[in-house]
Design a protein around this ligand. Structure first.
Ligand SMILES: Cc1cc2nc3c(=O)[nH]c(=O)nc-3n(C[C@H](O)[C@H](O)[C@H](O)COP(=O)(O)OP(=O)(O)OC[C@H]3O[C@@H](n4cnc5c(N)ncnc54)[C@H](O)[C@@H]3O)c2cc1C
Length: 383
């Protein structure tokens, strides 16, 4: 049996970030991931500067071998409606490719990762036995939406009879279902492409139940769409592709296969993210920003807070001792708010209002970009 201080399940941005900080604190950490890295992860690949700063990424070093696309503006609007461009003097975000970004974070963490799915987690005498090969007194769930550690938390919560707050089947939990495709475009196509790499395009669905994006990062194009309902998602994605094609944003017919994934938004209800000897971080905790669906920043921030709480726990991983984690996370993110889906408005009204609002420069800049997408008022998490 291999013994560790902490076992982390999942080596995405949340898992790798937490692992790196715990290692720096002198703890013996082991990561597991079911996929072999570098691995593909469905994602538009948009990150805010606060992520790069919180991770203390040396941008010069990163961009030597990886795509790093500065973003100085956004084109926003309703699909088929008038588009508005918002520009900034300096980069306000960056475009990365998850296959590269996640691999970079994992490698720079210096923490060993076993590329094997975690299938078996058993509590034994105050320790967790994982896959019958590894053990630790604390387990951190960073396995995304289908994290086995989050499942364990739900089972224990249900068994204790308390209201489950982290269940994707819970009517109070708001889940985004998204599909995307990322592909390389040739130099010639890239220069004739009508998508400006510095200005990603965001197209909201008329019913405001989701949005699509067309995002060029260097010579890679990422196209996708996410919605709050699973039903009909593939049709929405294909219609969106046809729309982009009619605008000369993409030239080829829709690919036969889009990559899909789901993740929970931090809305409606406080998720249960810790128990005795367990913490959940990133998507496994359901922390993505409600309006934008940005999940990398909360994944990284929750990982940094969790690592700090663990390092300061002096080996006491009881639920009481770890309670500082949800408290500090709420202090950072604020309590989850009810999701405003404007269901009380008739669909036709909603479409008209949304289309008119989105078409104004003021709304696009102050509400959509600054407030929903950039969270500019909230600075970098300093830990
Ligand atoms: C289509 C799409 C587009 C998105 N675009 C953006 C965007 O542009 N910007 C943004 O900020 N957010 C975006 N998001 C959200 C973002 O991808 C997630 O919030 C983010 O990846 C969360 O990081 P994480 O480390 O918590 O989980 P993940 O990145 O999902 O990592 C979890 C890891 O756990 C591993 N794992 C799962 N189960 C097991 C198991 N049993 N054993 C071992 N390992 C396991 C997985 O292989 C994976 O590597 C998007 C999401 C989707 C679906």
């Amino acid at each position: 049996m291999n013994s560790h201080d902490v076992i982390i399940v999942g080596a995405g941005p949340a898992g790798s970030t937490c692992a790196a900080r715990l290692k720096k604190s002198g703890l013996n950490v082991k990561l597991f991931d079911k996929k072999v890295f570098p691995r593909v992860k469905p994602c538009a690949g948009w990150v805010t500067p606060q992520v790069i700063e919180a991770l203390r990424i040396d941008v010069g070093d990163y961009r030597r071998e990886n795509t790093f696309q500065p973003i100085t503006g956004f084109r926003t609007g309703i699909i088929g409606g008038r588009m508005v461009e918002t520009h900034f003097q300096q980069p306000v975000s960056y475009g990365i490719r998850r296959i590269e970004f996640d691999n970079y974070l994992l490698k720079s963490s210096g923490v060993p990762c076993e590329f094997k799915p975690v299938k078996n987690i058993v509590r034994d005498n105050g320790r967790w036995l994982v896959n019958e090969t590894d053990e630790a007194p604390l387990i951190v769930g960073a396995g995304g939406h289908f994290c086995p550690v989050a499942r364990l938390v739900r089972q224990q919560t249900d068994a204790n009879g308390s209201t489950p707050g982290s269940d994707s089947k819970n009517p109070n939990s708001i889940v985004v279902y998204a599909q995307e495709v990322e592909f390389e475009i040739s130099e010639a196509k890239a220069s004739s492409q009508s998508v400006n790499p510095e200005v990603p395009e965001l197209y909201f669905c008329g019913d405001l139940q989701g949005y699509g994006w067309c995002f060029r990062k260097g010579n890679f194009l990422n196209v996708g769409l996410g919605r709050l309902e699973k039903t009909g998602l593939s049709s929405h994605v294909r219609e969106f592709w046809q729309f982009l094609r009619s605008k000369n944003k993409v030239v080829a017919p829709a690919p036969s296969h889009f990559l899909g994934h789901a993740y929970r938004l931090y809305a409606e209800k406080q998720p249960i993210i810790h128990q005795d000897r367990i913490l959940l971080i990133g998507d496994s905790a359901g922390l993505s920003y409600p309006q934008s669906g940005e999940g990398i920043r909360p994944a990284v921030e929750s990982a940094l807070i969790a690592a700090d709480v663990i390092a300061n726990a002096n080996g006491d991983f009881s639920a009481n001792s770890l309670a500082a984690y949800p408290q500090r996370l709420v202090a950072r993110l604020g309590p989850p708010k009810p999701y405003q889906a404007s269901n009380w408005l008739p669909a036709a009204w909603l479409q008209n209002i949304a289309a008119s609002l989105m078409a104004t420069k003021w709304f696009a800049k102050n509400v959509v970009i600054d407030n929903w997408f950039l969270h500019r008022k909230q600075g970098t998490l300093q830990i």
